[in-house]
Design a protein around this ligand. Structure first.
Ligand code: NI
Length: 167
């Protein structure tokens, strides 16, 4: 397994639309394992392949407190959604920034698992937020893009300053 470097907003590669996975093979399973290790180490509760500069439709999520519920979603699609919830979100690609985003309260997602088998999952609350957040990454969308232009400009400034200090 290996830790993968995470792209930082406003890196333009975060705006790449990911391509579908054609075959769930060992290479994809290795990617899932590496992404999971990277997510746990960060630490975070979700990571999309886009964030590690792999532009394929692969997401890992674990919203449990003890890292016991790893969920790998390959070619995920939201097939139903309902309600609304507002949650404070953060992102491993936007370190130190948290803000409220409005999302669906529940989602039903269809995806392939690590063996290439199709499954469906009903999610609500934090898991539903996380799924929507990670699927946005696969579309090239970062959560700060739901915020006002003013906030986005401030966030870019803040992160640029931080990059200079840590570089
Ligand atoms: Ni994110």
């Amino acid at each position: 397994m290996a830790l993968l470097p995470i792209l930082r907003y406003p890196d333009p590669r975060l705006h790449t639309r990911a391509a579908p996975v054609h075959e769930v093979n060992d290479e994809i399973r290795q990617l899932v394992a590496d992404m999971a290790e990277t997510m746990y180490e960060a630490p975070g509760i979700g990571l999309a392949a886009t964030q590690v500069n792999v532009h394929q439709r692969v997401v890992v999520i674990d919203t449990s407190e003890d890292k016991s519920a790893l969920l790998a979603l390959i070619n995920p699609e939201i097939i139903a959604r309902s309600g609304e919830q507002v949650c404070e979100e953060g992102c491993l690609s936007v370190p130190g920034i948290y803000d409220k985003v409005s999302r669906s309260e529940t989602v039903r997602v269809r995806a392939l698992d690590q063996h290439g088998k199709t499954f469906e999952l009903d999610a609500e609350g934090l898991l539903a937020v996380c799924i929507q957040h990670e699927l946005d990454h696969l579309e090239g969308k970062v959560f700060v893009e739901y915020l006002s232009q003013l906030k986005q400009t401030r966030i870019k400034g803040k992160l640029a300053k931080k990059a200079r200090i840590t570089a």
